[in-house]
Structure formats: structure tokens, C-alpha cells
Design a protein around this ligand. Sequence first.
Ligand SMILES: [Ca+2]
Ligand SMILES: [Ca+2]
Length: 142
Amino acid sequence: MSVVVIDGSTVRDFVEDEDHFNKSIDERFAALDLNKDGVLSRSELRKACEDLQVLETHFGVGPASSQEEITKLYDEIFDNFDCDKNGTIEIEEFRSEMKKIMLAIADGLGSSPITMVLEDGEENLLKQAVDLELSKLHEAST
Ligand SMILES: [Ca+2]
Ligand SMILES: [Ca+2]
């Protein structure tokens, strides 16, 4: 377990480093594409949200929410990603929406850092943002 401090500029630098960001997103996409058909289906996105506890952390949905409410939220999330409304999420759609989400997180954080506790082996995008910043700091100091 490690504790990291993260603020808006950490996240923003990560998103704006396009090569790095796209690589992370591509890896994430591949991991979520459970049946390896190159696109994300509704159920694959739902699985991803469940794993990340997106609803609990970002939408204030607790255990008391009904299944109907939860399904509706997943539909809304899916529609946000599925720009061309063809019923699947392509890699380009995933990249652009993840970018928006990360920038929104960056704006939300602003210049007031938050402390995150990360489990060992946990691979999430915020952690990757921190890793990138640390590697840059390291380069700068050598
Ligand atoms: Ca798929
Ligand atoms: Ca689509």
C-alpha cells in the first residue's frame, strides 16, 4: 500500500502527455474488452464501472439505490461514451470520453491536493498520473 498526493496539475500533465495517455487508455480498453472484439459493449462497460466503483464514488449511489436507478445510470454513462450511437464504444470514443473525465477530475481538484491511498498492484489512471509525475521529477533531479 502506498499513499500519494495528487492535485489538478498532476492529472492535467498526464492527460496532456498524449503518447503516454493514449497508451494507458489503450491498455485499459484492451483489458475491458473481455470478448476481444475490439469494441466495448454495454455489459463490458458496466463491469468496468462496477470494478471501479464509479457509481459509488462519482454519482453518490449507495446500496439503497434500486436496480432500476442503477441500470438507468449505466445507460447514461454508456450513452456519454457512445458518441455515434451505434451501440458499441470504439477506442476513439473511449479515449475522448476518458480525456474529458480526467480533465473534469483535474478541474475538480484544482490546486488543492488530495491524498490517495493505493493498494499494491492497483492500476488506475490516477496512479499512472502520479507515476508519470514522479518519473519526471526524477529526471529533473538527475
Ligand atoms: Ca467487446
Ligand atoms: Ca460508438
